[in-house]
Design a protein around this ligand. Structure first.
Ligand SMILES: [Zn+2]
Ligand SMILES: [Zn+2]
Length: 60
């Protein structure tokens, strides 16, 4: 049995899609608590708000 490789996947904070398959996606830190937030290119283009899953910060 091969050992499973743990791949960290990042899902968009707004639409929950895998950002690895969407261009222009970004990873950044929450301005409020510094937690990692991912946002896909689709939501960036539409100006959809994101919500930090740790502190609840909502930002543009
Ligand atoms: Zn998205
Ligand atoms: Zn936060």
């Amino acid at each position: 049995m091969a050992e499973a490789v743990v791949e960290e996947k990042n899902f968009c904070s707004s639409c929950d899609r895998d950002i690895a398959i969407i261009t222009d996606s970004v990873l950044f830190n929450c301005p409020n608590c510094g937690s990692k937030i991912s946002r896909c290119g689709n939501c960036r283009g539409r100006g959809v708000t994101y919500t930090c899953r740790v502190c609840g910060f909502v930002g543009p």
